[in-house]
Write a protein that binds this ligand. Structure first.
Ligand code: SDX
Length: 434
């Protein structure tokens, strides 16, 4: 990790002065290192929601929320989305450098030869009620991989064994997502094909019918899917990545750790928002398309309605990913000849919110989830699959965050608290209680 310059700060507590190191990151971010705060002062900090707390140093992703900047290993998200493919970005996140031709071919070939899942996984699918949510199935299926690769349970597994588990996850996630889609339709699964690239293989497993011998993924869709997966690939210490780091810090196996990340992503305030956005847009459309009414509801503190796909903990400017997705949305719908009325509603909603003082004052802008669902739907995915597609994109980011934590041998994560409950009490036997 690049050198980090240091200086000190002084905190005065109970009349005593305490010195703590200040560290400055490569992009000029500053932090007070309070690793020794409790040992030296007896105090802990309190920061509910970790809005001001850095959990780690990291060299993977840089965000600047004020300027709307996102970079992976120094490369801008705009360049990566425009010029790279998803597997290249996965390699970059995991190994720190973009692969050269040979390195990419070797990585791509390794992934292609791990795409099959054990046939017994089909039996697990049989236990899910028809129509059960894809995210619940995805959590179960990823966790079940630990049953088929028991050696991955060994926390002291070799680097080679860890690398094989990483490959298996990257390779099998598209297969599992496609199986979830097929099972929802009651259709037979389509097996992975080793002569297709990562995204084409995923689209082929998903949309090819077993009886349809000449299905070819549309290049427009392949390009859009690569872009969407890249835009979701990592986002530093978001809720699900922090979950992966925390679960992984207990040395739980990587399958269980990633399943925990998928679980955290499911929440409507996090990755689940992309499904909520589409449902919200459909609701507004069904309600006659009066966007101002819904903007007003979102502002009303007595109304639980929120403008899904708007606002972000870090971005207080446009989410750079939302800008790219909005443009991709227009391109894909035009090229596919699709006129989706909810796209017009989304644009009107964005325009109404961005000129409304409530949203402007709170710096609430469209985030990555605001437009993505419109493209997923144009490609043919049902709304309930959207968050599973977010997880498919985020997988290499989660693994890179876990890998960085594990390689630095970070301690098990165990936050402190401030107790506000009862003082000591005498136990009264049940028969004597009033
Ligand atoms: C993702 O962290 C990441 O990087 C996540 C992510 C990633 O790539 O991993 O970027 C992916 O999760 C994107 C966010 C998707 N979620 C949504 O779109 C759900 C809707 N947005 C929110 O609920 C909210 O904006 C959050 C959860 C995203 C951020 O919440 P914060 O930072 O805790 O902010 P907050 O809830 O305290 O809101 C601050 C103010 C409040 O008003 P006041 O109390 O100041 O009067 O803004 C208001 C909120 O009521 N507000 C909204 C709003 N979002 C915030 N009001 C209406 N509609 C909204 N969407």
């Amino acid at each position: 990790m690049p050198d980090i310059k240091a200086q000190n700060c002084t905190i005065t507590l109970d009349g005593n002065n305490y010195e703590f190191p200040v560290i400055i990151g490569t992009e000029g971010e500053k932090a007070i290192d309070i690793s020794k705060l409790r040992d030296t002062t007896g105090y802990v900090t309190l920061d509910i929601g970790y809005k001001n707390t850095g959990a780690t140093k990291s060299a993977i992703t840089f965000l600047d929320g004020e300027l709307g900047i996102l970079r992976h290993r120094g490369y801008s998200i705009e360049d990566l989305a425009e010029k790279a493919n998803f597997l290249e970005v996965a390699y970059l996140l995991l190994r720190g450098e973009l692969p050269n031709k040979e390195q990419f071919e070797d990585f791509d070939n390794s992934v292609r030869h791990h795409t099959l899942v054990n046939e017994d996984l089909q039996n697990i699918f049989k236990t899910f009620p028809t129509g059960s949510h894809p995210m619940g199935q995805l959590i179960a299926m990823i966790s079940s991989l630990s049953a088929y690769y028991p050696k991955a349970l060994d926390p002291n597994r070799s680097a080679e064994a860890k690398s094989r588990t990483v490959l298996r996850l990257l390779a099998k996630m598209p297969t599992i997502c496609a199986m979830i889609y097929k099972k929802r339709l009651g259709h037979p699964v389509v097996y992975p094909s080793n002569n297709l690239d990562y995204v084409s293989n995923f689209l082929n497993m998903t949309f090819k019918h077993v009886s349809d011998s000449d299905y070819q993924p549309d290049p427009v869709v392949v390009d859009a899917m690569n872009k969407l997966l890249i835009l979701h690939a990592d986002h530093e210490q978001n809720c699900s990545a922090s979950t992966v780091r925390l679960v992984g810090s207990s040395q739980a196996n990587l399958y269980a750790t990633i399943a925990a990340g998928v679980a955290a992503l499911w929440g409507p305030l996090h990755g689940g928002a992309n499904q909520e956005v589409l449902e919200m847009l459909e609701l507004i459309k069904a309600d006659g398309g009066n966007v101002q009414k819904w903007v007003d509801k979102a502002k009303d503190k007595n109304d639980s309605f929120r403008l899904m796909g708007f606002g972000h903990r870090v971005y207080k400017n446009f989410d750079p990913r939302a800008k790219i997705i909005k443009k991709t949305c227009d391109d894909v719908l035009n090229k596919l000849g699709i006129n989706d009325p909810v796209l017009e509603i989304a644009k009107k909603l964005e325009e109404a919110a961005l000129t409304d003082s409530y949203f402007v004052e709170r710096k609430l802008y469209p985030n990555v989830d605001f437009y993505s669902g419109i493209i997923y739907r144009a490609i043919g995915f049902p709304t309930e699959m959207f968050t599973a597609l977010f997880a498919l994109g985020r997988l290499p980011g989660w693994i890179a965050q876990w890998q960085e934590m594990a390689e630095e041998k970070q301690p098990i994560g165990r936050p402190r608290q401030i107790y506000t409950g009862q003082m000591p009490r005498t136990f009264i036997p049940r028969g004597e209680r009033k």
